[in-house]
Write a protein that binds this ligand. Sequence first.
Ligand SMILES: Nc1nc2c(ncn2[C@@H]2O[C@H](COP(=O)(O)OP(=O)(O)OP(=O)(O)O)[C@@H](O)[C@H]2O)c(=O)[nH]1
Ligand SMILES: [Mg+2]
Length: 263
Amino acid sequence: MEEPGTIYFTGTAGAGKTSLVRAFADWARSAGYDATVVNLDPGSEAPEDAADVDIREWVRLSELQDEYDLGPNGAQVVAADMIALKVFEVKQAIEEHSADYVLIDTPGQIELFAFREASKAIVDALSGDRSVIAFLYDPVLARTAAGFVSLLMLGATVEFRFRLPTVNVLAKSDVLTPEQLQEVMRWSDDPGTLYEAIRQDIPTPDVQLSTELFRAIETMAPLVGLVATSAKEQGGLEELYRAFQRVFAGGEDLEPSHTPTNE
Ligand SMILES: Nc1nc2c(ncn2[C@@H]2O[C@H](COP(=O)(O)OP(=O)(O)OP(=O)(O)O)[C@@H](O)[C@H]2O)c(=O)[nH]1
Ligand SMILES: [Mg+2]
C-alpha cells in the first residue's frame, strides 16, 4: 500500500486550523478517500471523539497545569515537550487506521509548534516521503499589506524549520468581501501590487530598506500560491486537495479507495 499523505495544518492562533481539518476530512471522505484526523493540540477543548487519534489520550494541558501548578503558557511548553515522548504511541495509533490521508491539527500557539525542538522531533517521526505543511493565513491579518508580508515571512520560517513543502492557505475566505479577496489573491500572484500596497500603508523614508524589502517580496510572493478556502462554506476544498496532490504525486491523482459517496 502507498504511504499515506500526511498534512500538518498550522497557522497563528484562531486562524481556523481545527475547522479546516474537519471540513477537509469531510470533503475527502465524501470524495472516497480515507482520512485520519489527528489532534496534536493538548489544550484543545473540542470533544474527543472529533478526532480519530487525540494527543489528549496521553497529554492534557489542564492536567499538567494542575499537576505541576503551571500557568497556561508554562503548561503549553511542558506539554509540547511531553508530546514528543508519546510520539511512538501517536504514530502507532495513526498506522492502525491505515488511511490515505493523515490530517494533523497542530496547537494554536504556533511558536510552540514551530520553534521547539520537540515539535521538530514529532514532525520528523510522523512524516514519511509524502508530507506537507498547510500554512493558514488568517484573513484578518492577510487583508492588510503589512499583515500579508508578516504571514509570508512566518510561513517561510515554518517551512524552513520543518524542511517540508508548504501549501499556503487563505482560511475563512468567506469573511472577506469579494474585493478584499481579489486583492489578497492578487498580492500572491503579482508582487508589484503587494509592494504598492505596502508603500501606501507604511511609507518608509529608508529607500535602501524598501529596495531590499521589495527584493525579498518579489522573490517570495509568487511562491505563496495561496489557495482560498472556507470551512464554513466548504469552499476551495477540492482546490486544496489538488494543491496537496501536486506536492505528493507531482499532480497525479490517487485512486480513491472507496466509491465516492457524493455522486
Ligand atoms: N466565517 C468563518 N469562520 C470560521 C471559519 N473557520 C473557522 N472559523 C471560526 O474561527 C474561529 C477559530 O476557528 P478554529 O477552527 O478553532 O481555529 P484554530 O486555528 O483551530 O484555533 P486555535 O486552535 O485555538 O488556535 C472559530 O470561532 C470558528 O468558528 C470559516 O471558514 N469561516
Ligand atoms: Mg484549533
